[in-house]
Ligand binder design. Structure first.
Ligand code: PLP
Length: 396
C-alpha cells in the first residue's frame, strides 16, 4: 500500500525544485545568437549574479556543472607544480583539490574530518609554518553538502590575514549562495565558484566563477590556462566569446527568471526563509535522535548548515530501508549519504524553492517512515518543527 501519488517532493541537496516560473521561462524556441535579445539576457544574468555574489569583480558563466567551474577556477590562477592548501570539512573541498592534483598541482590538506567545521586557528598555524609563501591558494567550501557543515568564511579570511599569508582565498559557494549571507568583496574572497542548481533554483548545466582584482592579476601568469576555461579569451568583444561557443540559451532564460524571483523576494528574506525552514528540520531531528538510531552528523549545532541536514545512522544501521520507504510509498526523495558517509547517512535538503508545507511535509513523511519501519525515535519531531516555526513567525 502506498500514499505516493501527488507531487513528488525532491528533497536532495541538488538539483533542487525548479519553480514553475523558471520552467515556463525556458519553454520557448531557440533565438539568434548574433543579434536580438541574447546579449542583453547575458548582461542581466551577469548583473544578477554580481548582486547575489556581492562583488564588483568579473563573473564568468560556463556551460558545465560545478565540477567544471572548479576546473575553470583552478586553471585560471595556478601553474603546474604550484602548491595549494585544501581545508577538509567533508567531501567537496577535497574533491576540488583532487581535480587540481590531476592537473599537476601539489596538494596539502588541513585535516578536519567529516563532522565539524574548519578550525580557523589550525589554518592560521598551518599558514604561519609556510613562511616562504609556497602555498598559492587556500580552497574551502562555505557549505559542504556531504557533511552538512557550514564554514565561517570571514573567520578563515581573518586567519589568513593574521598569518600574513598572501595565498588566494578560493571559496566554493555552490550550496550556500542565495541561502545564507555571502559577501565576496567584503570578505576578501579572491575566487568564488558557484552553480545554478542549488539555491539558485535553475536546472543543472551551468558553472559560475567570479574573480576579484588580485585573482585577475595572478591569472596573467597562470600556466594551466586552456582556451575553453580562459578568462582572458572569454573577456573578448564578441558575445559568443563569453561562452566560447554557442550560449546555453534556455538555461540563461531560466537563470534570468530565477535571479529575478530571488531579487524580488530579497536576499535577506531568502536567507531568513532558509534559516526558519532549516531550523524546523533541525527541531525535528533533535527530537527523533533521542531514540538513539541516528544523530546529527555535524556535532556542533552552530556549524549545521541552512542548506542541508545530514543525519548519521548509529553503527550498523542502514538508512536504505527508510529512503526506499519514503520514495516508494510517500513520494519523498531524500539524499543518500555520499563519500565517507555512503550507506551510513541520509540528507534532508531544505534549500532553494522551498516553503513551509514542503519542508513540514517532508518531515511528516520521515516521521511516518520511522513509525512504519519501527525505527526507534523520539515522538513528535514534526510537531516540534511546527511549534518552532509557529513561534518564530509569531515573533515578527
Ligand atoms: C553540488 C556541489 C558541487 C558539485 O556540483 P556539480 O554541479 O554536481 O558538479 C560542488 N560543491 C558543492 C559544495 C556542492 O554542493
Amino acid at each position: 500500500m502506498t500514499v505516493s501519488r501527488g507531487r513528488e517532493f525532491l528533497s536532495i541537496p541538488g538539483p533542487t525544485t525548479v519553480p514553475d516560473e523558471v520552467l515556463n521561462a525556458m519553454h520557448r524556441p531557440a533565438i539568434d545568437i548574433y543579434s536580438g535579445d541574447l546579449p542583453a539576457i547575458t548582461e542581466r544574468c551577469l548583473g544578477g549574479l554580481r548582486q547575489v555574489l556581492r562583488t564588483e569583480g568579473s563573473v564568468f558563466i560556463y556551460v558545465a556543472n560545478g565540477h567544471g567551474a572548479w576546473e575553470a577556477a583552478v586553471t585560471n590562477v595556478l601553474s603546474k607544480g604550484d602548491r595549494i592548501l585544501v581545508l577538509e570539512s567533508g567531501r567537496f573541498a577535497i574533491g576540488w583539490g583532487e581535480m587540481a592534483a590531476v592537473l599537476g598541482v601539489e596538494i596539502e590538506r588541513l585535516p578536519g574530518g567529516w563532522r565539524r567545521a574548519v578550525d580557523p586557528a589550525a589554518l592560521e598555524e598551518h599558514l604561519r609554518a609556510d613562511g616562504a609563501g609556497r602555498i598559492k591558494a587556500v580552497l574551502v567550501v562555505q557549505v559542504d553538502t556531504a557533511s552538512g557543515v557550514v564554514n565561517d568564511i570571514p573567520a578563515i579570511r581573518r586567519a589568513m590575514d593574521a598569518a600574513g599569508h598572501p595565498a588566494l582565498l578560493m571559496v566554493d559557494a555552490i550550496a550556500s549562495l542565495a541561502i545564507m549571507p555571502f559577501e565576496m568583496d567584503a570578505w576578501g574572497i579572491d575566487v568564488t565558484v558557484a552553480a545554478p542548481q542549488k539555491g539558485l533554483m535553475t536546472p543543472p548545466g551551468l558553472g559560475f566563477v567570479a574573480a576579484g582584482e588580485k585573482a585577475m592579476a595572478v591569472h596573467r601568469e597562470a600556466g594551466l590556462r586552456t582556451h575553453y576555461w580562459d578568462w582572458t579569451a572569454r573577456s573578448g568583444p564578441m558575445h559568443y566569446q563569453k561562452y566560447c561557443g554557442t550560449p546555453p540559451e534556455h538555461l540563461l532564460f531560466g537563470l534570468q527568471r530565477a535571479l529575478d524571483l530571488l531579487l524580488e523576494e530579497g536576499l535577506e528574506n531568502a536567507f531568513r526563509r532558509h534559516r526558519l525552514l532549516a531550523g524546523a528540520a533541525r527541531r525535528a531531528v533533535e527530537v527523533w535522535r533521542q531514540g538513539g538510531a541516528f544523530d546529527f552528523n555535524i556535532v556542533e549545532p552552530a556549524a549545521r548548515s541552512n542548506s542541508v541536514t545530514t543525519v548519521l545512522m548509529e553503527e550498523g544501521r542502514d538508512p536504505a530501508p527508510l529512503l526506499a520507504f519514503l520514495s516508494g510509498n510517500c513520494g519523498v526523495v531524500l539524499g543518500i549519504g555520499i563519500g565517507e558517509l555512503n550507506g551510513k547517512a541520509f540528507r534532508i535538503a531544505h534549500m532553494g524553492h522551498v516553503n513551509a508545507p514542503m519542508i513540514l511535509g517532508v518531515l511528516g513523511a520521515i516521521e511516518t517512515g520511522l513509525v512504519a519501519l519501527g525505527v526507534p525515535h523520539g515522538k513528535g519531531g514534526a510537531q516540534a518543527a511546527i511549534n518552532w516555526l509557529g513561534s518564530e513567525l509569531a515573533a515578527r
